[in-house]
Design a protein around this ligand. Sequence first.
Ligand SMILES: [Zn+2]
Length: 394
Amino acid sequence: MLQDNYTQDLPIFKGVTVKYFRESEDNNSYEAFIEMPVKEHHCPHCGYTTTYIKDYRLQKVKDLSLAGKPLKVTISKRRYICKNCNSTFTENNPYIKRYCHFPQRFYFEAIKETFNLQSFSAIARRFGTSVTSIIRWFDNINYPKAELPSCIAIDEFKGNADGEKFQCNLSDPVKHKIIDILPNRDSEDLCKYFLDYPYEKRAKVKKVVMDLSTLFRSVAKKIFPEAKIIADKFHVIRIVTNSLENTRKRIQKEFHDAKRKWFKRSRRLLLKPEYKLTDEDKIELNRMLNSSPELEKAWLLKEKFYEIFRKETRTEAKRELRDWLLLANQLSVPEFQHCITTFTNWSTEIANIVGENVSNGFIEGSNNKIKVLKRISFGFQNFRRSRNRILSLI
Ligand SMILES: [Zn+2]
């Protein structure tokens, strides 16, 4: 058994009197008995002071484990009676709040755990309490709408929360922070969400990064009067490399087995930027391209596309993109038709990439984390709760 004068200084029992603190007889847990010193109390009903004690009640609670052993605490709770209005009330206790089943620090620790990537049931198991309790405590968290940064990135993810298939992830791509999670990707709802911010706040947003979504673009144009809309570079490049890949797949279909396998095996050479190719790579790639003029055209279009991002200014980039579109039209590889249509429509936003160092890299990474969270949570049913979890986590 520990000395009384030592246990009174334990931070968990600050402000209370510890009658005993010891190991249980079976050595499997710790036991403590605490009470409050008698003192004058103000009646919560009428405000009169009283020192009249009505009775005592014992409450047994579970605290966090100490050195791997459960800590069971018995609290002697005094009830006072007010001589003025005759009502009875329980004394205040800094260790445990009125009507609570667990000490304050138990709640805090459990809620802190929800900020890590794990399921509510895993936390409940570790704290020896029910999943519903953990969720109830967690639901007390409420994140207000954050300030809009000068640069924002927006993207969607499949959350299936509250019957809406898609939710939106609104992030700060510079500070690498999620700003908010929005319940759907409905144009009207998105506008309503942003219009909540006064004009001056919205005018401070100077850049909006997005993949090529016409929905997000039309919302951004309406809502952020001063913002430059920037296409996500990786997304744009992926459209081109996918077209190249699809061309390869179509062409190799007509090849005999061995040649098809060789093509499939060497596909990374097609995708690798030319300046990164070794001499050996070049020989192998030339063999591939020589066997199909169509593939050679597709490869050339991919390489020429990189040129756009090597330009110094947006005007030069826009000119380079226009030349590229002319070339793509001329070469008319069917798989690139989609690029021609899309990039014609997005030429300004693609040219805007030049000179900017922002992308959707962070938002895509956070969407992957959200996917993991959704999996371990067995889906997001409740939007408010999943928003809280995402904002706590990332
Ligand atoms: Zn009273």
